[in-house]
Structure formats: structure tokens, C-alpha cells
Design a protein. Structure first.
Length: 185
């Protein structure tokens, strides 16, 4: 292994857990529950005990919450996986993107989307020729027997960003039946 290999530069999770445990004990943090003999359990270290560096300021960990069967979660799962498949510039996974479309879109909408893409020369799911850097998925309420979800795609970074809002219609069996640039409400 050479000095520049990623495995050499990153501390192991066991070493990080041990350092955290030493910091916690050293700061007088009381034990919370019985000790476990598993090497996979990491010690929780109070935020004050975590050193902040210039490159990595102390921040709260980010989390994403989803609910199985919930329409907003389903659309967020689709867009997240689709953007990951399309956005890997070194090795985009066209087969995965196609499989995701087959799984999440109604067959009728998939045909209409393919026609839109042929006419417009862009990806119909993203309504763009490139891949967004960020996305947000928000509930936009029910619409008859369907549900509308707003997807906000952010392209670019820094001061050079552009947002696109898409309105995704999900039918009651959790398949996407339309993607539009205007709300159906």
C-alpha cells in the first residue's frame, strides 16, 4: 500500500469509535446503557467534544426521512436514484435509468415522455440536457384520484444556479402519470 492510497489516509471506523470513546470518557460523559461486545457500534460523542477544522466545521449531521408507500417519498426515491444513474459522469448507467423509468412511470406516460424527448432533444424526467446538482421534493396535495408533487431541480453551483420546478402527477397506484412545468391545480 502506498502513502497516497485512500485506505491509508482514512481512519478506520473502529479507530474513530475508539477515539470517540476515549474523548467521551475523558470528558466525563456518563455511560448510557450496557456496553456491547460488537465492533460495529460507534460511541456517541457530544458535539462539543468533536474538534472542528477549517476544512470541516462542526455541523449537525444531515438526515433524510422517508415513509414506505408515501407518494412524496416515492417521487424523492425515483428522482434521487434517477439523478444518480444519469449524473455519474465517468460511468452513467443508462440501463439503470431505463429500469427506473419502467418501474416508476406508467406505460402510457413513458410513451408520451419518449415522444417529448424526441421532439425537444432533452431528458423528459429532468426537462433538461444536463443533470441537476440538487433537488427538493414537496407535497402539492391531492388532485382527484391522483397526487401532485413538486420537484425543484437546481442546476449549476455558486452564483450560477438555475431552478426548474416540475409538477409530478402520481396516480393512486403510485406510478408517475405525468411530469409538467405547470401545476394541474
Amino acid at each position: 500500500m502506498n502513502r497516497k492510497s485512500p485506505a491509508r489516509r482514512r481512519p478506520s471506523s473502529l479507530r474513530v469509535a475508539a477515539v470517540g470513546l476515549v474523548l467521551a470518557v475523558g470528558l466525563g460523559v456518563p455511560a448510557q446503557g450496557p456496553a456491547q461486545a460488537s465492533g460495529h457500534t460507534a460511541a456517541k460523542v457530544p458535539a462539543a467534544a468533536k474538534p472542528a477544522t477549517a476544512a470541516q466545521p462542526a455541523t449537525a449531521p444531515k438526515s433524510v426521512t422517508g415513509t414506505s408507500g408515501h407518494v412524496v417519498t416515492r417521487v424523492a426515491d425515483f428522482y434521487g436514484a434517477y439523478i444518480d444513474a444519469k449524473g455519474d459522469y465517468d460511468n452513467p448507467d443508462a440501463a439503470l435509468a431505463k429500469a427506473l423509468r419502467t418501474h416508476y412511470l406508467t406505460p402510457d406516460f413513458a410513451k408520451r415522455l419518449a415522444a417529448w424527448e424526441e421532439k425537444n432533444g432533452a431528458d423528459g424526467v429532468l426537462r433538461a440536457q444536463n443533470v441537476p446538482t440538487r433537488w427538493t421534493v414537496t407535497d402539492n396535495d391531492t388532485l382527484g384520484h391522483a397526487h401532485e408533487v413538486t420537484v425543484t431541480l437546481t442546476f449549476g453551483s455558486g452564483k450560477n444556479t438555475q431552478e426548474t420546478k416540475l409538477f409530478v402527477l402520481v396516480e393512486r397506484y403510485n406510478h408517475i402519470s405525468d411530469i409538467a412545468t405547470k401545476s394541474a391545480h
